[in-house]
Ligand binder design. Sequence first.
Ligand code: GDP
Ligand code: GDP
Length: 440
Amino acid sequence: MQNTIAIVGRPNVGKSTLFNRLVGERKAIMDNQSGVTRDRHYGYGDWTGKYFTVIDTGGYVVGSDDVFEEGIRKQVKLAIDEAQVVLFMVDVDAGLHPLDEEFANVLRRYQDKKPIYLVVNKVDSTQRFQAAGEFYALGIGTGDLFPISSQSGSGTGELLDAVISHFEEEGVEDPDAGIPRISVMGRPNVGKSSLVNVLLGEERSIVTDIAGTTRDAIHTRYNAFGNEFILIDTAGLRRKAKVDEDIEFYSNLRSLRAMEESDVVIVMLDATRGIESQDVNIIGLADRNRKGIVILVNKWDLIENKESNTAKEFEDKIYDMIKPIKYPPIIFTSALTKQRVHKAIETVMEVYENKRKKVPTSELNEVMLREIEAYPPPSTKGKMVRIKYVTQLPTHNPVFAFFCNLPQYVKESYTRYLENRLREHFDFTGVPIGIVYRKK
Ligand code: GDP
Ligand code: GDP
């Protein structure tokens, strides 16, 4: 990504404090838009007219004591791969630390590849300002060091001035706009982690989780098969130290939060077990939350002696169980052999497009008024409902407003009729659609 800054450094130097300061205001704005709090380790900021992305690498990669070296190497690699400018942060309060030297040793290899700024944090006083000089000994960076206080913000302006001088372009205000946010739901062992691993590729296992902190909802922006998307909470799925999964997955607050933040929810079923009541619940919940839904019947490779109608029978059973919901597409996959994983992600992208689709009002009226004329709302209590006009509302999810004389007299069955006709004429596969009546 263009205009990207990465912050590296050992734990507790203040990386996430600086991160929050740099993305602070913008973050608040975006959180407001989606109505949820996003807990992420990359964010967007701007400074004197340039937009940039910040990555707190420490949020992604943390080594436990015995694998610190590995953790440092990964953090630095992530920073060098993803960013144009790297901020190497140290802590004047703690002084020069052996791990700072280890970071410097790894970073030094990349010095002529990317600008690396040595940022001395927690310089809250003049006294500390003088102490900052000891970090020159690290022999890293552009030669200067930047004393800052992430907490008060002092010095960050000078730092940003220097950093953005490397950015030639203005940057983009919200780089995530138009990129689908996806989560993977399903009971334990259906193959969620396996799917995520296929999508992300084994090599790219930069995302590790941090035990004992609240930094859990990690979002990974990824490109697979030419499609860009953001996977929500991949950390929870990729952490294969196998936390005790006795806790029922669906009652897990974490997965509910992941759903809330998603545009499209992948619900994974196990082909060897069929659809179970918890699966039905999660689909119902996604429907009520107006999420796009794609159902995967995974472990399809384990179904032996497949007849030509085996898949069809599976589908019928699923649709029967989730009635009256009938819009989610169903794909038969194997995360093990990778069969139809590509198809699955393509379908997710289509569902996302359907979710954003706006049908032009003229086309909508032409088609729907004809259908309404062919089968008008039945009269109730002698009242005749006349629908005169229909328009799609400018909402995030497809909602159609039908203008009529007596909104309160339209029956539920007629709403279903309208929904079916809408789906017949316009492709809304995978997305719930809303129908409202307005008085005209
Ligand atoms: P990280 O592990 O590198 O992300 O570090 P954190 O951002 O979590 O900060 C570690 C601790 O240092 C927290 O208690 C912060 O409040 C504190 N801290 C961060 N920046 C400053 C600063 O500029 N001055 C002082 N005095 N403390 C700071
Ligand atoms: P999760 O708990 O939902 O994340 O499930 P995992 O991805 O950990 O998978 C649970 C087990 O099922 C592992 O042993 C996987 O290798 C296996 N598995 C996952 N997907 C498939 C599949 O499509 N076919 C087969 N045969 N096994 C699979």
